[in-house]
Design a binder for this molecule. Sequence first.
Ligand SMILES: Nc1ncnc2c1ncn2[C@@H]1O[C@H](COP(=O)(O)OP(=O)(O)OP(=O)(O)O)[C@@H](O)[C@H]1O
Ligand SMILES: [Mg+2]
Length: 274
Amino acid sequence: MSDNPYQDGRGNKDASITNRAGMGQIEYRPEGEARPAGPGPFLIGEAMTGGYGTGANILNDCTISVEKGEIAVIVGPNGAGKSTAMKAIFGMLNLRGGSVRIDGEDITALSPQARVPKGMAFVPQTSNIFTSMTVEENLEMGAFLRRDDISTTMEQVYGLFPILRDKRQQAAGELSGGQRQQVAVGRALMTQPKVLMLDEPTAGVSPIVMDELFDRIIEVARAGITILMVEQNARQALEIADKGYVLVQGANAFTGTGAELLADPEVRRTFLGG
Ligand SMILES: Nc1ncnc2c1ncn2[C@@H]1O[C@H](COP(=O)(O)OP(=O)(O)OP(=O)(O)O)[C@@H](O)[C@H]1O
Ligand SMILES: [Mg+2]
């Protein structure tokens, strides 16, 4: 009798070139469930440690949190791990240590798609819209998990960003940088999130458009949606931040209210250009 479970003689019979005991190299992320967690900040990534694949740790005991309805901002030099921290909170990174909790639930074991119904929406730094689809189709895509009427939310998004209504039948790829960012934010809002996570929403836009986008983000926060964002325009972002984090090499370097960080001589000298 052959010990070949397939009994059909297929495949390579030379055991010397196979690894019978091996488990392969593909990372396996066992998906778990949400668990009740105690009281605390509305959203927190606590003591997050981890990196990409089997590579070195990018995040080192990094903690980011935001209270309900507030705006938290992450700043820091290029390569500090700001985007990685956002990805970790959204479940796109295998954490080797730490946990992520939202609204009293431990969601560390959840996949990104399972975090959306928990109220999280994430606008990544790049590739955050479907360029060949129209503006309106992009917004509809944002709502694809919803089974209820999305027209009210779409009206709210058009109310927030009137230019998108004018351009709703235009391919999103034909829009200006600032308008594209509005599409990306609008698409995220279509999920009716409790917390909106934005990675550099003002990247590549003019100072005037940046101010406008910040005003719209404040409006979203006033509507009760918690905001966690990464910003390259550190000074302006900290001015609107309830809480600010300076990350350096994947670790918390400075934490405080936006005003505290803006007033801190060391933060000013090192990160805000004096
Ligand atoms: N997909 C990836 N695979 C492997 N390493 C990555 C990946 N993405 C980022 N890194 C590495 O992780 C580190 C932190 O990158 P990250 O993008 O989080 O920084 P950042 O603070 O967002 O920088 P920036 O201000 O340029 O956006 C860098 O050393 C980067 O090379
Ligand atoms: Mg980044």
